[in-house]
Design a protein around this ligand. Sequence first.
Ligand SMILES: [Zn+2]
Length: 313
Amino acid sequence: MPNTASSTAYFTHPSFGLHDMGAGHPESPARLAAIDEALQATGLAERLRRVQARPASRDELLLAHEPQYLDGLMARLVGVKGVVQLDPDTAANEHTLDAALHAAGAALQAADWVCSGRARRAFCALRPPGHHATRSKAMGFCFFNNAALAARAALERHGLRRVAVVDFDVHHGNGTEDILAGDPRCLMVGLFEHPLYPFSGVPPRGDNMLNLPLAAHTGSQEVRELIRAHWMPALERFRPELIVVSAGFDAHQLDPLGLIRLSEVDYAWITEQLVDVANRHAQGRVLSVLEGGYHVWALARSVCAHLRVLIHP
Ligand SMILES: [Zn+2]
């Protein structure tokens, strides 16, 4: 097991496997089970420093969310019996609050570790995901915005001046945009199928947002050209001190929720581009949190491809 500051930390928690939005829901515990199995089968697990996540505190959640939202959500989720719908896509069971607090805690703890030099890179294998959660609303399978919390913690608590947030989930990260739009300390670059849920992102809400809407059926070469032409120059100019990745793998060609045609090879390529920027400007620091990805086999293979690059110097 690697035990140096150059290692990649892997944050997870048992509660992530207990949050369940009901039979047939695509955002299911089977996703993390498949990732875990693939990490064992490929030997990648041995190259990661596995850490059990801590829960987020209320003060930490206030870095990205409004107090009224937190109060209302707690009131709804404490003591839940069975499965309760929050919106047509988003539901909670008795373990959801614990899982959501540990998911946010994983991202915050990853920020602690990466910003303090305890690890150079981190991946948070978490559920529920976060990039649709706005300052004041749970939606799209998301409760707390894990990526935005990590970015804000790096800025507010660790003294970083510039954090880039990169979102390659097939759905627009409307929640992250809601939280970070207009914050000049953050640059958010994203790609997403458009039009597709949540039907936002065109045009972006802030000058610090660079959105690449993709038509259905867009393939690997076109995505790579767009990233080279738009993301890379913007990231170079911004010179981030940390890159936070909203790592959704539902733009995979096998994914049932989107129609973009990426493969695990593309996820490795995208990760290489981000690691290059991080190595030039951010002391190599990359903090990645899981978002979507609903074909469990494709998800597991894509996470392995992403991690193989993150592990490499
Ligand atoms: Zn998604």
